[in-house]
Design a protein around this ligand. Structure first.
Ligand SMILES: Nc1nc2c(ncn2[C@@H]2O[C@H](COP(=O)(O)OP(=O)(O)O)[C@@H](O)[C@H]2O)c(=O)[nH]1
Ligand SMILES: [Mg+2]
Length: 311
């Protein structure tokens, strides 16, 4: 029958249906299928569906394996059984992450948050949103303009600081980012700041020299204030899906990333990318960016995320 439709038609039709509807189309064709167990074609289709939605190879195959096994045992009789299985498996992936999803705060004195990541992923915007997040919770925030490399980066952060009504520590473009970080930590202490958020220049994980520079910033901050940086947030572009995992591994190895931010979460149709990233890196996704406005930063809520996919 499908030959009456062009490939494009089928693609368009697929996009309109939610992922859960598409999973049900394959797995729940009729009650008999559920009782008998999935046939090979359905299993392959289901795997394909999960892979296309960027759940990653291991999680996708793992879920389908469990599904097959549970089906054989006769444990999947209704749509709800199937939904529960998917939810359970997805949540288990997030449970493997090291560390909690709360932003780590210093026990006393200023908390230092360092935002890192490649160019254009949304670091600076995330910093502004995070500053807003803390301000609305009554915290005094200071920004550190540690991207001294890209033209206009300091001005961009200054613009945000103006809007937020918070102070900013900066030096001239081209200056040493470690020196800016040192000054910023000193200012945070002397001015009684609750949270200092340091911007950094974007770099590719393959750029050894620039990665070393970032490690130096991290070290200088730690020397200036014991226990700092308390939080190293790696900002990833959700629209790039699992392509971000190589970047993340390199940053983690160099700096000890404490949490992930998935920026541009509003712009991805690849529902599963958070699962793939969490599974690959075993790092907690702490925040998601859901737009370009200051309010568009939310704590990552695993239950809500999983429920949304499977509803
Ligand atoms: N839709 C959307 N756009 C975002 C989000 N976060 C950042 N952006 C946009 O992504 C672009 C790059 O952001 P920027 O913060 O300058 O990235 P940086 O180079 O990593 O500092 C800008 O146009 C931002 O407005 C988000 O959560 N959603
Ligand atoms: Mg930036």
């Amino acid at each position: 029958m499908s030959r009456f439709f062009s490939k494009k038609d089928i693609k368009e039709e697929r996009k309109k249906k939610s992922l859960w509807t598409r999973i049900k189309d394959v797995a729940l064709m009729d009650v008999e299928v559920m009782v008998r167990g999935l046939d090979t074609t359905s299993i392959e289709q289901l795997e394909q569906l999960l892979l296309e939605s960027d759940f990653g190879v291991r999680p996708s195959l793992g879920i389908v394996d469990t599904l097959t096994a549970e089906g054989k045992k006769g444990k999947l009789k209704t749509e709800n059984d199937l939904r529960d299985l998917f939810r359970r498996e997805m949540k288990a992936v997030f449970a493997q992450a090291d560390g909690g999803r709360e932003i780590i705060l210093a026990p006393s004195g200023p908390t230092v948050v360092m935002a890192v990541g490649v160019n254009g992923v949304g670091k600076t915007t995330t910093i502004a949103k995070l500053a807003h997040f803390f301000q609305t919770r009554g915290k005094k925030v200071l920004l550190g303009a540690g991207d001294t490399f890209r033209a206009g980066a300091i001005e961009q952060l200054e613009l945000w600081a103006g809007r937020l009504g918070c102070e900013i520590i900066k030096q001239q473009a081209g200056s040493d980012p470690a020196a800016v970080a040192f000054d910023a930590v000193s200012a945070a202490e002397s001015r009684g700041v609750d949270v200092l958020i340091l911007d950094t220049a974007g770099r590719l994980h393959t750029q050894g020299g620039l990665m070393d520079e970032l490690a130096k910033v991290h070290k200088v901050v730690g020397k200036r204030l014991e226990g700092a940086p308390h939080e190293v947030l790696l900002v990833l572009d959700a629209t790039l899906g699992q392509n971000s995992t190589n970047q993340a591994r390199a940053f983690h190895k160099m700096l000890g990333v404490t949490g992930l931010v998935l920026a541009k979460f509003d712009g991805t149709s690849k529902a599963g990318c958070a699962v793939a990233i969490a599974e690959e890196l075993k790092l907690p996704i702490k925040l998601v960016g859901t737009g370009e406005k200051l309010e568009n930063l939310e704590p990552f809520d695993v239950d809500a995320y999983v429920d949304k996919i499977f509803s």
